[in-house]
Ligand binder design. Structure first.
Ligand code: HEC
Length: 167
């Protein structure tokens, strides 16, 4: 090998090495850009000592328990149910298995509510409500009675005559 070609090879080597380095830097930048916000967030995360954490958790639990009792415009805020003197019976007997939504989205008269309660007792493991039952029925039939009939009565599906569309 002549001296000149040896030098050329060497400079090719150096150039390739430089290109490799540039490629490596570019790849690093490409990876860094999307990851940067996460890194920043981690580096700037709020740091609390034990005392502060304890204070925060006490404040939060107070907030939650205040919320539990809060009543606004006659509505118990946490459950969205009407608040009156019988509400506590609902609170202690009806909200342990399912949300209040299941109750508030239903409407029935006293007999209807009673049969829903019997159904839950028979099939869903609802306990005996003893003295609370009449209070609960008072409450439900008062506040969650059937809505007044609107412009037209609901369609009675059983009375409908069905027919097949001919294609
Ligand atoms: C032991 C658990 C339990 C308790 C306590 C309980 N329920 Fe239920 N209830 C259920 C289950 C389970 C269902 C069915 C849930 C479903 O279909 O997703 C249900 C369904 C319902 C429904 C919907 C019925 C329907 O036909 O859609 C209403 C309304 C209801 N409960 C009201 C009450 C009331 C009022 C009380 C308090 C007297 C009560 N529940 C207490 C278990 C319970």
């Amino acid at each position: 090998m002549s001296k000149q070609s040896f030098d050329t090879n060497k400079s090719w080597d150096a150039l390739l090495r430089l290109l490799n380095l540039i490629a490596l830097i570019v790849i690093c930048i490409i990876i860094y850009i999307p990851v940067k916000p996460s890194i920043d967030r981690y580096m700037n995360r709020p740091r609390y000592n034990k005392e502060e954490l304890k204070k925060m958790s006490v404040a939060r639990s107070q907030e939650l328990s205040n919320d539990w009792d809060r009543v606004e415009k006659g509505i118990h805020v946490q459950t969205g149910m009407v608040y009156d003197s019988n509400f506590k019976h609902i609170q202690s007997h009806c909200l342990s298995c399912h949300s209040s939504k299941l109750i508030t989205q239903n409407r029935a008269d006293r007999a209807g509510w009673k049969s829903m309660i019997r159904w839950m007792q028979k099939t869903q493991g609802l306990h005996d409500l003893s003295d609370s039952e009449p209070r609960i029925l008072d409450y439900l039939s008062k506040h969650y009675a059937p809505k007044e009939v609107g412009r037209r009565p609901n369609i009675d599906m059983k009375e409908l005559e069905w027919y097949l569309l001919q294609g």
